[in-house]
Design a protein around this ligand. Sequence first.
Ligand code: SAH
Ligand code: SF4
Ligand code: F3S
Length: 434
Amino acid sequence: MKFHIQTWGCQMNDHDGEKLSGLLERDGFVPVDSPEEAELVLLNTCSIREKAVHKVFSELGRLREEKERRPLLIGVTGCLAQQEQDALFRRAPHIDFVLGTMALKQLPRLVEEARAGRKKVMDTGEYPDNHLFPPEVTRRRGTAKALVTIIEGCNHACTYCIVPTTRGAERSRPFEDVLEEVRGLVAGGYREVELLGQNVNSYQGGCTFAELLERVSEVDGLEWIRFTTSHPMNFTRELARVLATNPKIAPFLHLPVQSGSNTVLRRMLREYTVEQYLERLGYLGEGRFKLALSTDFIVGFPGESDEDFEATLRLLDAVKYDGSFSFIYSPRPGTAALRLKDDIPQAVKSARLTELQRRQGELTLASNRREVGRTLQARIESSAPMEEGHWLARTASWKNIHITAGAGRLLPFGELVEVTITEAGPHFLRAEVA
Ligand code: SAH
Ligand code: SF4
Ligand code: F3S
């Protein structure tokens, strides 16, 4: 049976897609590139904002027509599945099965039942061993960097956020398991890993997150370690020290702040003030200047005044993030923020988002321009040239690079090459092989 998985959302969900793919391939299912060729389609969904949910329902609409023409099994997995559970069957009766985020390993059973003709098959249970997934089963997409789960779930309670509902409470993988998986990945040719969790900083798998980073960095042959995401209140001095001193940890830190206003942060239940956030960044000391910093912002949170928004812009200017992701607040079902009046006019929300992104664009361009003339290492991320003599790569600080290498020259996928940056744009750097 041919299958296709369509994934939306964060790296955690991407990686879940790789695990689901592995479970199906182990049972002899064959992956295909498009839903049109598939007999089984999995929609591995995200529900972080309303827009993400729209995308899922529009794809479900398209698949309904497809299913009227030919036999097709449709399964919904991921955060929307966990959130909506059997309500999904009411909204889209052509769904065959629903699999929650904490029951991944139940996929083969659900597919079997659905194939046998059972209707509305569902498992959204919370299996306590969900985070202990056999690494040899995972089927990674062909990227140069391998994703590795270290912790699942989130124990914070940000008032706007659906994730604690869709991913449950925190569960850490024992560090021996993590190390074994990383060793296996390196043996299989990977040189870069990204450690994943909704909040990696609260890792508790037998050592602290900082210690885990040190241990992983001791794996022979591994070149770069990345991690995502970090909650500022779990960002420790110990972690700052490891980041600043361990050469294998990629010099990049994503530390979501959400807002520059203490009033808004309090209403978001972020557990810190702007001053405390800046104090945490201060832990990095001189190491701060070796790192690229990025963050997330939400604009238009209930009650956000012009002054609150100005405070966010001031924070942006003060920290000079190298990059940031910003979003308009989206009310989510069952979250505490629903009790607050969503009172900012749409036009004001949009204007704030545009202004924030414009200023970030200037900062990113300035950050990119500082790279011009430097010679540094970048990992080749395209397995073939984009066009004759042009290749895609990434710096350790996660900047996109377009390399001009001369026609006929082959740059090996996944390897580090030394490049000299020749030009900076808002979204990528141009470089030549040094
Ligand atoms: N665990 C991560 C966040 C995961 S969600 C952390 O705490 O850092 C990624 C980003 O989506 C968040 O940082 C936030 O900026 C945004 N986000 C989450 N819920 C949202 C909502 N209801 N509306 C708009 N943006 C939201
Ligand atoms: Fe959501 Fe907050 Fe947890 Fe991040 S820390 S996943 S924003 S509840
Ligand atoms: Fe989306 Fe779930 Fe990730 S809501 S961002 S897929 S944890």
